[in-house]
Design a protein around this ligand. Sequence first.
Ligand SMILES: O=P(O)(O)O[C@H]1O[C@H](CO)[C@@H](O)[C@H]1O
Ligand SMILES: O=c1cc[nH]c(=O)[nH]1
Length: 220
Amino acid sequence: MPGDPLRTKFIAETYLDDPVQYSNVRNMFGYTGTYKGKRISVQGSGMGIPSLAIYTTELIKEYGVKTIYRVGSCGGMSPDVKIRDVILGQAGTTDSSIIQNTFGPGMYYSPIADFGLLDSAYHTAQEMNIKTKVGNIFAADRFYNDELDIHKLIDYGVLATEMETSGLYLLAAKHHIRALTILTVSDHLLTGEALSAKERETSFDEMARLSLETAVKNMK
Ligand SMILES: O=P(O)(O)O[C@H]1O[C@H](CO)[C@@H](O)[C@H]1O
Ligand SMILES: O=c1cc[nH]c(=O)[nH]1
């Protein structure tokens, strides 16, 4: 589940055999095909938790989806994270209201990855010679936010920022399904470095292949 519908199309057309586009509503493409003989769908989520929550809820409730891998871009925050690194989201921090809307004030639920998928992706990456970092991901409610204290989050161990992981992990817990976020660092908030469009394509290749390999290994 990439955020970007064009990455969805690219992954389906590049890696799946016989991809069939089952949806183009709002240009949020969805495809089903096979990878190494196993049926897999690639569905765009759009940007941010509100958009992802619509697609995730419908996939679960109307299509019986039991496992979701988010494959996204992210901004590096920690100095330990470099451009092009692949990150496995162990947990999701957020300034989105979704946690409070779910549990009410005073309860700070921690959305986390499915450990089986996390463990499998970590070891699959090693077999594929892909280096990964594992840790806490900050799902920002706003892409542009000059009021955010990123240094405090970095100090508390947050590796990178994107806009969906906490919502995905919360909804996975709510509906008793498995979820894992796999990210590629496309830019860095401390250094201002950013990948060119061409470089994005190559580094996203590792993330896409890792998610598909992990998916086929973990089919029930
Ligand atoms: O590359 P995707 O998966 O869209 O993810 C990141 O990119 C978008 C912001 O540019 C947000 O959706 C963020 O989470
Ligand atoms: O959400 C995102 C995605 C990439 N880079 C960022 O800084 N934020």
